[in-house]
Write a protein that binds this ligand. Structure first.
Ligand code: UD1
Ligand code: MG
Length: 490
């Protein structure tokens, strides 16, 4: 199946800038026609991940709460590339499932043995044979890639180059393949292990993104051998092979940030940091306030609307949507929650999946809310657990209230109506319903439904014994003195 593409934006710079350059779509130009070329992207994700020292393939490790490989698939989709061949090996089924984000048609190919990046590309031979204009090879371990370098690489192919390599400048090139460029031409890529001392001083590196003329790809790829330090079939050898056959090879520079590869846990942490910086920056430019952005952790799908304020040390898990003007106070942990306009959360609050806070609702310090709808303006201010519940608009839930939702086997629901008042330290034993306008006395254990506008007491009645305190105190003093005497006599 050969994809057809709608005209897309053209990037006119040789060097891909800071990722924020303006892209102007041009209609019916020669360049634009070039972008209608068909394209197959091949993601390599079969490696053993040896350096990761992990029980699972590195491409399954999450960045911003989502497997690395899913970030790569979405970047391809954002460059309008919808035909994707995924080369899998280790943890094949799990990797293929994680890549299936729905953004592109992903077909998995198994690389039986891990014999190198060129060998991996050839595992997708059947897809290449379908005949595409452009072949883009991307690595499953570079999750920060964006559409810009993908588009640039394709444009460069359309200009008549046979192989385009996206490179980056880095202060620490250790481990990367070095780009050997002379007079603007890419002569070769030398892998770190095979590089001479002099070559190792080169700081211009292979970012792992390569575009190949799809009509010639197999002819070139089939010539790659494995005579190198690792005894692997290196995709990077393609450059010298193409040149020896009179082809044109170029390197185009992109920001280091987009091409950082993940081979170790330390690099994973670095990639997470870069991802977080990038996303916080985007959100702040879109009108979100963060007092100490470096302390706020976002998930891949965190949606924060304009005029949301996020205080320091807030962590967002996946599935969070926060509407205009809401405030997330310091040290809150929020996951799978919808926080509507003007609501406030924390400090020190935990919202778990299914928490749905109405407009101007408040969930304060040391409160946990799970799978619960909290009505507009309702207040849950201190030390409370609300789970498997609904709280009507305008209700006030006192400090220390617990919805007892679990009987040790099953979960049960608590329904609290509108404008109710639940006194402090109450236990609402589910299933139970508190009617609109009802009042629950503090310290109650409520096991039966409370009708609307009723007052419910669920606690022992207080007793008063006048003058009894001094009598008791005297008895306690006598007991203490007796204990002291006994100890002295021992
Ligand atoms: C590779 C490049 C290097 C570049 C760097 C950028 C080669 C030979 N080297 O090195 O020039 O600077 O990436 O990050 O291409 N894979 C397979 N099957 C295999 C081997 C690898 O699918 O047999 C996959 C891995 O899962 C990974 C990707 O290919 O996603 C790259 O492999 P990796 O071992 O990480 O290559 P690097 O040593 O990082
Ligand atoms: Mg790598």
């Amino acid at each position: 199946m050969i994809g057809r593409f709608a005209p897309v934006a053209i990037c006119c710079r040789k060097r891909i800038g800071d990722g924020h350059e303006k892209m102007r779509p041009k209609k019916n130009t020669k360049e634009n026609k070039s972008m209608e070329r068909t394209c197959l992207a091949i993601i390599l994700a079969a490696g053993e991940s040896t350096r990761m020292k992990s029980a699972m393939s590195k491409v399954l490790h999450p960045v911003a709460g989502r497997p690395m490989i899913a970030h790569v698939v979405d970047a391809l989709a954002s460059a309008s590339i919808s035909d994707v061949a995924l080369v899998v090996g280790r943890d094949a089924d799990t990797v293929a499932a994680a890549a299936n984000t729905g953004a592109a048609t992903v077909t998995a190919f198994l690389q039986q043995e891990r014999l190198g990046t060129a060998h991996a590309v050839l595992a997708a031979r059947a897809a290449i044979e379908k005949g595409y204009d452009d072949i883009l090879v991307v690595f499953g371990d570079t999750p920060l890639i964006t559409a810009a370098p993908l588009r640039t690489a394709r444009k460069s192919l359309a200009e008549g180059n046979d192989v385009v390599v996206i490179g980056f400048e880095t202060a620490d090139p250790t481990g990367y393949g070095r780009l050997i460029v002379e007079n603007g031409e890419l002569l070769a890529i030398r892998e770190h292990k095979d590089a001479s001392e002099e070559e190792r001083r080169i700081t211009y590196c292979n970012g792992g993104l390569m575009a190949i003329d799809g009509r010639k790809a197999l002819e070139f790829l089939d010539r790659i051998g494995n005579a190198n330090a690792k005894g692997e079939y290196y995709l990077t050898d393609l450059v010298e092979i193409v040149r020896s056959r009179g082809g044109r090879t170029v390197a185009v520079e992109a920001p280091e940030e987009e091409l950082t590869g993940c081979n170790t846990r330390a690099e994973l942490a670095y990639i997470e940091r870069l991802w977080q910086q990038r996303r916080r920056h985007e959100l702040m430019l879109a009108g979100v306030s963060m007092i100490a952005p470096e302390t706020v952790f976002l998930a891949w799908d965190t949606e924060l609307a304009q005029d949301v304020l996020v205080e320091p040390n807030v962590v967002f898990g996946p599935g969070v949507r926060v509407e205009n003007g809401a405030v997330i106070h310091a040290f809150s942990h929020v996951e799978g929650a919808h926080i509507r306009a003007g609501a406030t959360v924390g400090p020190f609050a935990r919202l778990r999946p299914g928490a749905d806070l109405g407009p101007k609702a408040k969930v304060g310090n040391f409160c946990e809310v799970k799978k619960a709808e909290i009505g507009a303006g309702a207040k849950i201010n201190h030390l409370t657990y609300i789970g498997d519940a609904s709280v009507g608009a305008g209700s006030n839930i006192g400090a220390g209230t617990i919805t007892c939702n679990y009987d040790g086997v099953n979960k049960h629901v608590t329904r609290i109506g509108e404008n109710t008042f639940i006194g402090s330290n109450s236990s609402l034993v589910a299933p139970v319903t508190i009617g609109d306008g009802a009042l629950v006395a503090s310290g109650s254990v409520i096991t039966e439904d409370v009708p609307a506008d009723a007052v419910a007491f669920g606690r022992a009645r207080q007793e008063i014994k006048p003058g009894r305190a001094p009598v008791l105190r005297e008895r306690y003093e006598a007991e203490k003195a007796a204990r002291k005497r006994a100890k002295a006599a021992e």
